[in-house]
Design a protein around this ligand. Structure first.
Ligand code: ASP
Length: 436
């Protein structure tokens, strides 16, 4: 068992978690699961999230100050953003094509629609309320940049939703460090080098608990999930979305193969633990520590690229969320009987791209931003009530794609700047003996 690859251990943990959940539901152990199993999932999730902010700070500051010259940074930065926008737009277009061809919303009966709307009214109102804080692009076109620059670093670091603000501070700090004479910043640099190593070790230690953490997360999910009938009513919608997500995974495999010459097998084997964790946690931010470790050690992307491309990607590049925004928006419009024009579809490309960039890397962030997409095409945002019941499992799936996209783009960027080497695989539990 000790030498089993990590992704197998996580998969076994997930399978046993689901099994346990099903048994618990059928034997009246729901309360026990809620009280004694679910908290472990939460604890694991918290430990992962806990590392996110220090990891971003340490690795970005270290990564940028290692570059020693600003032109390299702007080269990597420019390519990263260009590829991120390109994959995001591709994802929205794929979503739009599929949902227009399959038309999952056309077959929904009036009665199903009313019952879904009624059942999820409170939640729908809550999410619409959250979205109200976000002005539309027309109201505040520069809001995105405004939100990125924090007025207080402690405030920014106090919530994982503000990851972009922490990234901004770290890049700013790193750039200033390059500009100050080397001997003056030596101590600071050594401090961040050491800090970075310590945080990475924390990641290693948390990963030791991953198979148990996902067990608890999935057991809890099964116990709290809604009945199967609803899944069937929304089956065509879920199918369309999952198909779109699968196509995106295929797109990454092709891009990686064409531009880096690495086989899909190599790519997916390397990032499987991050994908499984993304699935179990529904959060790109919580998965970030593992994504970074896998991309650096198992895909061979050099640290300078990893520490820049992945933290930014976790919040900015959400291709799974983009496919979802497109499919969900059109699905809701179809259920309501709206005829969307070509112009509306173009609006979706634009707003869904921005909405996925603006979504925080946390569970259910995508559905909040969906409200804005719906408003932009004049469909009642209350329609999100229609898809609530299946949103969590689909959130799990789209988060897998979000994380996979970040990993693929980091390979492309690394290749383009000559920073893609051979994997330097450390056994994930090579410290097991020291901590056990
Ligand atoms: N849960 C997703 C993520 O963290 C965001 C979303 O809700 O689509 O990547």
């Amino acid at each position: 068992m000790k030498n089993l690859p990590l992704h197998w251990k996580i998969l076994i943990g997930m399978a046993l978690g689901v099994l346990f959940g099903v048994v618990a539901v059928n034997t009246g152990l729901e309360d026990f699961t809620r009280k004694w199993i679910m908290p472990w999932g939460k604890i694991f999730l918290n430990a992962l999230k806990l590392i996110a902010v220090p990891l971003i700070l340490a690795s970005l500051i270290k990564g940028i100050s290692d570059l020693k010259d600003i032109s390299k940074l702007s080269q990597i930065g420019g390519r990263t953003l260009a590829i991120y926008v390109a994959t995001t737009v591709t994802a929205v277009v794929i979503g739009l094509l599929l949902v227009n061809i399959i038309q999952p919303g056309s077959g929904i009966a009036e009665s199903t629609r009313t019952s879904l709307m009624k059942e999820n009214q409170t939640k729908s109102n809550e999410y619409q309320g959250k979205a109200k804080d976000t002005p539309t692009f027309k109201e505040a076109p520069l809001r995105f940049i405004e939100d990125m620059v924090p007025d207080n670093i402690v405030g920014a670091a106090s919530s994982n939703k503000n990851m972009l603000q922490v990234i901004f501070f770290a890049i700013f700090f790193g750039i200033a460090m390059i500009l100050v004479k080397e001997e003056k910043v030596r101590v600071v640099k050594e401090f961040f080098d050491g800090f970075n190593d310590i945080v990475l070790k924390m990641v290693d230690l948390v990963i030791l608990a991953a198979p148990y953490g996902v067990f608890a997360l999935l057991a809890g999910l099964v116990v709290t999930s809604p009945s199967a009938d609803i899944f069937i009513a929304l089956g065509k919608y879920a199918f369309t979305l999952i198909l779109g997500l699968a196509v995106m995974i295929g797109v990454y495999a092709v891009l990686v193969a064409i531009f880096t010459g690495k086989s899909p097998g190599f790519f997916f084997k390397a990032i499987a633990p991050a994908q499984l964790l993304a699935f179990s946690t529904s959060s790109s931010a919580a998965t970030l520590p593992v994504t970074m470790e896998r991309v650096e050690e198992h895909l061979g992307v050099e640290k300078e690229v990893v520490s820049f491309v992945l933290p930014i990607g976790a919040t900015v590049n959400m291709d799974g969320t983009s496919v979802y925004q497109a499919v969900a928006a059109v699905f809701i419009a179809q259920v309501y009987g709206f005829d969307l024009t070509f112009g509306d579809q173009i609006t979706i490309v634009f707003t869904a791209t921005l909405a996925s960039i603006g979504s925080a890397a946390v569970p259910s962030a995508g559905i909040v931003m969906l409200v804005i997409v719906l408003e932009s095409i004049g469909v009642p945002p209350a329609g999100i009530a229609l898809i609530f019941a299946v949103d969590r499992p689909l959130d799990m799936c789209r988060t897998v794609v979000n994380v996979t996209g970040d990993a693929a783009v980091s390979m492309l960027v690394a290749k383009s700047v000559g920073k893609l080497g051979e994997p330097k695989v450390k056994n994930w539990d090579d410290n097991y003996d020291k901590v056990a």
